[in-house]
Design a protein around this ligand. Structure first.
Ligand SMILES: NC(=O)C1=CN([C@@H]2O[C@H](COP(=O)(O)OP(=O)(O)OC[C@H]3O[C@@H](n4cnc5c(N)ncnc54)[C@H](OP(=O)(O)O)[C@@H]3O)[C@@H](O)[C@H]2O)C=CC1
Ligand SMILES: Nc1nc(=O)c2c([nH]1)NC[C@@H]1CN(c3ccc(C(=O)N[C@@H](CCC(=O)O)C(=O)O)cc3)C=[N+]21
Length: 285
């Protein structure tokens, strides 16, 4: 079998058109949603993602503001900015790019973001609501993955989803979202013994680890749907966590890197920003 490649870039564009329509409607009401991105330090990967987010905002006509702080910035300095942004009526969404330098507590900073402006869906209040299946923000990468799965028309109910990785940004929330869709979810992580015995059981395998070629053809069931979240730079080339060439021959569907989950993450961020603006300003999008 040769897998159908799920074109995340194209799907992101298609969803982007829908967001644009909502934005145009907001514009007629004099509303331009605003997104603030805080970037601490000069990590090259973070620079790229932040640039992509800004470009996407420009394309769409979302007001974007980048706040750059040096690696030496104190936690208090960051918190002062967050408080200001919480109160700024032009800003509907606040994203603090992770990872932060080690001397700054990620938890403290995330908790300081107003839950109404938490477009990443990282605040404990929003994470809780998401787990309970209440209406509200959905985390960008997990939501992007869910949209991709819906696009290919797979029934999630009763399917065995195996998630490799349990980070707060991808692994843990994507499992919860799919559990809410009635999938049977197994989590694997760095302490999992015999990883392959689990991944081979997956109808849908989601890999979010950050290790090139962690998953090869031998780890995948014939006909599985494989979602590769990993972003690794190998010999100056961007690759995922899944050995694309071999898994392609075994899976039914496979996401590429680049051009898979990444562009969907950005589109879902824009969607959350529009959602935040719509709610905050009590209008119909
Ligand atoms: N495309 C996109 O939109 C996005 C891509 N990414 C990419 O996805 C990848 C994961 O990101 P993120 O979740 O933030 O990463 P983290 O480093 O926060 O988490 C990695 C997870 O992988 C687990 N892990 C590590 N080694 C192994 C192993 N050998 N076998 C099984 N599990 C293992 C860890 O386990 P433990 O918990 O036990 O330590 C942890 O749960 C990265 O490459 C990142 O760049 C991230 C966000 C968005
Ligand atoms: N507060 C916070 N929110 C995040 O959502 C967040 C974060 N911190 N820290 C880092 C991770 C990573 N992440 C990506 C976003 C877009 C691409 C993306 O656009 N990727 C393109 C290519 C990028 C390239 O060319 O390098 C693609 O896969 O096609 C990738 C990764 C968001 N993250």
């Amino acid at each position: 079998m040769s897998a159908t490649i799920i074109d995340g870039k194209q799907l992101a564009q298609k969803k982007g058109e829908m967001i644009k329509t909502a934005l145009e409607r907001l514009k007629t009401q004099g509303i331009t949603p605003g997104l603030a991105v805080m970037l601490v330090g000069e990590d090259p990967a973070s620079e790229t993602y932040v640039r992509n987010k800004q470009r996407a905002c420009e394309r769409m006509g979302i007001h974007s503001r980048l706040i750059r702080l040096p690696t030496t910035a104190t936690e208090q300095h960051l918190l002062d900015h967050v408080v200001q942004l919480n109160e700024d009526p032009h800003i509907d969404g606040i994203l603090v790019q992770l990872p932060l330098p080690v001397h700054i507590s990620t938890e403290t900073v995330i908790r300081a973001i107003s839950p109404e402006k938490d477009v990443d869906c990282f605040h404990p209040l929003n994470v809780g609501k998401m787990i309970l299946g209440e209406t509200g923000f959905l985390p960008c990468t997990p939501h992007g993955i869910l949209v991709m799965l819906k696009e290919i028309g797979v029934t999630l109910s009763g399917k065995h989803v195996v998630v490799v990785g349990r980070s707060h940004i991808v692994g843990k929330p994507v499992g919860q979202l799919l559990l809410n869709e009635d999938a049977t979810v197994t989590y694997c992580h760095s302490r999992t013994e015999n990883l392959s015995s689990f991944t081979k059981q997956a109808d849908i395998l989601i890999v979010a680890v950050g290790r090139a070629n962690l998953i090869t053809e031998a780890d995948v069931k014939e006909g599985a749907i494989v979602i590769d979240v990993g972003m690794n730079r190998v010999n100056n080339k961007l690759v995922g966590d899944v050995e694309f060439a071999s898994v392609r021959d075994k899976a039914a569907f496979l996401t590429p890197v680049p051009g898979g989950v990444g562009p969907m993450t950005i589109t879902m961020l824009l969607e959350n920003t529009v959602y935040a603006a719509t709610k905050a300003r009590a209008v119909m999008a």
